[in-house]
Every structure is written in C-alpha cells, then in structure tokens.
Design a protein around this ligand. Structure first.
Ligand code: NAD
Ligand code: IPM
Ligand code: MN
Length: 357
C-alpha cells in the first residue's frame, strides 16, 4: 500500500479542532482509494512558544524537510500578541514558508452551488458562480523585507520594506501563467504600479514573461480597483497573480463571496512536490474550543494536498464532492441558513466522512 508521510502542525486556537476533522477525512479517503498516511505531529506557533520558547523549533523544520508534505491548522492568538515580532507565532509561519521555499500560494476562491444563497453578495452579481484562483507570492515582499524602528525628527518611527527581485517575480509569474493555461487562459496581474517602484518592476517582468505564454490573455489591475471589482463583478476573474501582502488581503475578501472565510483552502508550493496545506483563515480565538469552527476550508486543503503533492486526483475530487453534498444537509454557524441542520465542527467532519464512504 502507498504510504505518505505528513508533518502535522495543529497550531493554536481552532487549529487542533479543524485539523482533527481533516485527518478523519484523509484517513477515510485513504481507506477508499488504497493509501495510508503517517502523521508526525510537531509544534509551531503559540503552542511551540509555550513548550520550547520559540515559534519554530529547529526540530520542526528538520521534520518538515524530510516529510512528503506539511499540513497546518492555524497559529496565533492574543496570548502571544505582545511578544516582539520575531518571537510571535506568525514568525513561525513565515519561517517555515521561507525554510521550505514555498513561494507560490494557491488560494482557490470558489462558491459551492448549495452555498450561493449564503453569500453576502447578491445572486445577480454572482451570476453563474465564482471560480477564481488567486496566486499569491509567499516568500518575498514586505513580509520578508527589512524592518525596524528608528528615530525621525526626535520621534519614534517604524519601517517595513517592500522589495522584489526579477527572479522572484519571474517564477511566480510562470506559476500563474501555467495555472491560467490549465484553466480559462485569463490572467490578471494585480499591483500598485501607479505608486510603487516594486510594482513597476513586477508589471514589466510579468509582461516580459507573458511572451512565453501567447495563449494567455493578460491584463493588469491596480489593487484598489481589484478590491472593488471583486465585489462588483467577480466573474471577470480567472487567475489573479499578486504580491505577498496584496494576495493576503484580496484572498480574505474573495473568501467572503464564497460564503465564509471558513470555506477557503490553500496550497503553498515550492519547485517539486513539497507543499504546505492550510486554510487561509487564522486561529479564530473568538470561537476556539467551542466546536463552532467550520472545518471545510481545512478539509478542502487536504483535498488540495492529495491533488498537488500526491497526484491522487480521484480522491481529491471525491472529497470536494462530499463537501458539496454536506453543504446541502448541514451547516456550521458561519454559513448557517434557515432550514439546515446546525452542526458542530466534528459533526461536519463526520458528515463529510460518511458521504465519502
Ligand atoms: P481569523 O481568520 O482567525 O478570524 C477572523 C474572523 O473569522 C473571526 O471572527 C473568526 O471567528 C472567523 N473565522 C475564521 N476561521 C473560521 C472558521 N473556520 N469557521 C468559522 N469562523 C471562522 O483572523 P484574525 O482574527 O484576524 O486573527 C486571529 C489570529 O490568527 C491572529 O493571531 C492572526 O495572526 C492569526 N492568523 C493566522 C493565520 C494562519 O495561521 N495561517 C492566518 C490568519 C491569521
Ligand atoms: C495568512 C496569514 C498569515 C499571512 C499571517 C498569520 C502571517 O494571514 O496565511 O493569510 O499574512 O500570510
Ligand atoms: Mn491572511
């Protein structure tokens, strides 16, 4: 039997609750399609700070490097919010993305048919549906640039630096063009080239790389306009490629069109098969430990893992189908609508497992 070795980072807040459901679903998919997962549980984030004093222990990095891939819940929470930047849980997440070279973050924003009525966006705007792939650059830009504090005119000041090199832009552009080739051959590059020099280099580079992909229709959009267009006419987008910070913000916005941030999965990829899979949302401290979290984004991240790291396309598709069917029967509080069964985190996981069988 095929065996896959996965490092599991449950993280903080709702992390452990949602990861438990996704692992149940993965095991059920393995039973059905004839493969097995070995889980190696490690610490990252606030839980790692509490246990070891640092957000990303070296042994976690070492374990991730030899695993087939990494599966993550979410990190962070108020308990660690007053720590200096490098010691925060979020630094652990940025650190593991950097250490594994995970420069390409795929965030598919799509609306499942049964959830159309749960979206805060009007039916007339959603139209035939929503199916956008946001390709977010993940190991560069302002999240990784130089930052610090200094004094300016006698007052304390702080700075962060947005910087992109040509090779960094080239590789994420190629990822996005290749993605567009597999989809509807339409790519929107989002920047702020009317103000930022780094965006002007981004745009020039994307245009140059477009020559390698003559079949893809490329357009450019300023990020402020894109934020508006996403709610005005989301159907105009197929693939969006953008920087680390713009992709972070736009993907949270796009998630809401799908009904809830609890629905959006992601894959963070390097060259090769290494990947880290996680929902796009955070540790949701406001609902942690209450069995209120929607586990579907995490379950859909498990499906992305099967697709992108293991090429188990049938198993991935069957998880997506089971999620779609579960949404016709039951809802967690974030996507609740009258007439549905209101379920807990683990009841939703159990339902997906039962529909998978
Ligand atoms: P968040 O995504 O954790 O929560 C925002 C809102 O969405 C909250 O009201 C929360 O209850 C809700 N929500 C999120 N996921 C949900 C789910 N699965 N089901 C139902 N509701 C859900 O963002 P935040 O509040 O800005 O951040 C909280 C902490 O998480 C911070 O420490 C932040 O740094 C961290 N964070 C971590 C990640 C990650 O680990 N990848 C991502 C984003 C934020
Ligand atoms: C995300 C999160 C992270 C990010 C934080 C927690 C570092 O918001 O994965 O979207 O900004 O990348
Ligand atoms: Mn985010």
């Amino acid at each position: 039997m095929k065996e896959y070795n996965i490092v599991v980072l449950k993280g903080d807040g709702i992390g452990p609750e949602i990861v438990d459901e996704a692992l149940k679903v993965l095991d059920a998919a393995g039973d059905k399609y004839g493969f097995k997962f070995n889980y190696d549980y490690r610490l990252m984030g606030g839980c790692a700070i509490d246990a070891t004093g640092e957000p990303l222990p070296q042994e976690t990095v070492d374990a991730c490097k030899v695993a087939d891939c990494v599966f993550l819940g979410a990190v962070g929470g108020p308990k660690w919010d007053t720590l200096p930047g490098k010691q925060r849980p979020e630094a652990g997440l940025l650190g593991i993305r950097g250490a594994l070279g995970l420069y390409a973050n795929l965030r598919p924003a799509k609306i499942f048919e049964p959830l159309k009525s749960a979206s805060p966006i009007k039916d007339s705007i959603i139209g035939d549906g929503l199916d956008i792939m946001i390709v977010r650059e993940l190991t560069g830009g302002i999240y990784f640039g130089e930052r610090g504090r200094r004094e300016v005119d006698g007052s304390p000041a702080a700075y962060d630096t947005e910087m992109y090199s040509v090779p960094e832009i080239e590789r994420i552009a190629r990822t996005a063009f290749n993605m567009a080739m597999k989809r509807n051959k339409k790519l929107t590059s989002v920047d702020k080239a009317n103000v930022l020099e780094s965006s002007r280099l981004w745009r020039e580079t994307v245009i140059r790389i477009s020559a390698e992909f003559p079949e893809v229709e490329l357009n450019h959009m300023y990020v402020d306009n894109c934020a508006m267009q996403l709610v005005r006419n989301p159907g105009q987008f197929d693939v969006i490629v953008t920087s680390n910070i713009f992709g972070d913000i736009l993907s949270d916005e796009a998630s809401m069109i799908s009904g809830s941030i609890g629905m959006l999965a992601s894959a963070s990829l390097a060259d090769g098969k290494m990947g880290l899979y996680e929902p796009i949302h955070g540790s949701a401290p406001d609902i942690a430990g209450q069995q209120k979290a929607n586990p579907l984004a995490t379950i859909l991240s498990a499906a992305m893992m099967l697709q992108y790291s293991f090429d188990e396309k049938d198993a991935a598709k069957s998880i997506e189908d089971a999620v779609n069917e579960a949404l016709t029967k039951a809802r967690t509080p974030d996507i609740y609508e009258e007439g549905f069964n209101k379920v807990t985190t683990s009841e939703m996981g159990d339902l997906v497992v039962s529909l998978l069988k």
